[in-house]
Design a protein around this ligand. Sequence first.
Ligand code: FEO
Length: 399
Amino acid sequence: MTKTELKNGIYWVGAVDGNVRDFHGYRTRLGTSYNAYLIVDDKLTLVDTVKKGFGPDLLRHVAGIADPSKIENLIVNHVEMDHSGAIPEVCAAAPRARIYCTSRGREGLIKHYGMKDREFCVVKTGDKLSLGKKTLTFVTAPMVHWPDSMFTYCVEDRILLPNDAFGQHVGHPLRFADEIGEDLCLEEAAKYYANILMPLGGVISKKIEEFRAMDLPVEMIAPSHGAIWRKDPLRIVEAYARWTAQETVPKVVIVYDTMWESTDKLARRLVECLASPGLEVKLYHLRKSDNSQIVRDILDARVLLFGSPTLNSDMFWTMGGFLTYLRGLKPKNKKVGIFGSYGWAEGASRAIRRDIEAMDLEMIEPPFEVQYIPSEEELSRLADYAKVITRAAKEPATK
Ligand code: FEO
């Protein structure tokens, strides 16, 4: 296998999981990778490991560069099992390795893997580790993505290893974003941020500011999933600034389900009525769409339209599941409209409204509802509703 050297003896030694399509519910259309990095210096150092089952790949990649038994330091930036699953195999192969992690990292590792006999070095922001010619600096990053998370910075080579931050689920034979395609990697990074990190945006924003204030120059960002940002690493940092601020653009995302096609008729007519230059419109039928992609589009959308028939005096069950997922992601700066159909009694719009209020998002009133099947007169009234939606999409939300 070709070795991937980031810079001066720092190598990618992770594993590509190209076939994974479901990452705890996140649809990974391009697979993913679990990135680990080997630093060759007087003290051989491994930064992070890989998911359980991929340990042999990791150790084979290490062995192509150095003897795994010579690993002296194992840096654990994050305990989640996609990065720590191979730690037992690494510890067996590298019996002398001391583990560097945060105090919460130590707790998490003991809970996951026992490891009471292993030597731990608990680190905090600003602590340094000399490897010989190279130095590592640690920056604790609680809740980016778990309480245990931290970043590792390679001082002389100006490489940031921030684990989950700035990553994407891209499982590709090539390692660098400029080789794979920066736009594709940026789009997948947006999807990753929206589905994994969005509820933590405030913490992430503060952490980025804190890191900037440390005045540590960054020439490369090597996350724990997907492509490494080498050509213009600030591009992904700037994108994170937009995403953590939940900046929106004139964009409407219509998310709906349907029983006897009445809500479908409303949704498709709405798309026709909303068509205008400068307004992006996305349409998603819940049972035919990937929730991860819907959430990626919601990230920068200004208006969300949720459509559902009434079923058993409630919203359709797919809408209930989707709104539960969305509520946990804590979207902000959105205006929300509701549309749909009912038979002999209403219920869906009331149930959707309850969830929107729980998310503290701005409502566009009133909902657009029809009984049984929308008449042509009712469908034609959607043109007026679309004008309201278009106006709403032109101005940012007020809460
Ligand atoms: Fe990629 Fe939070 O683990």
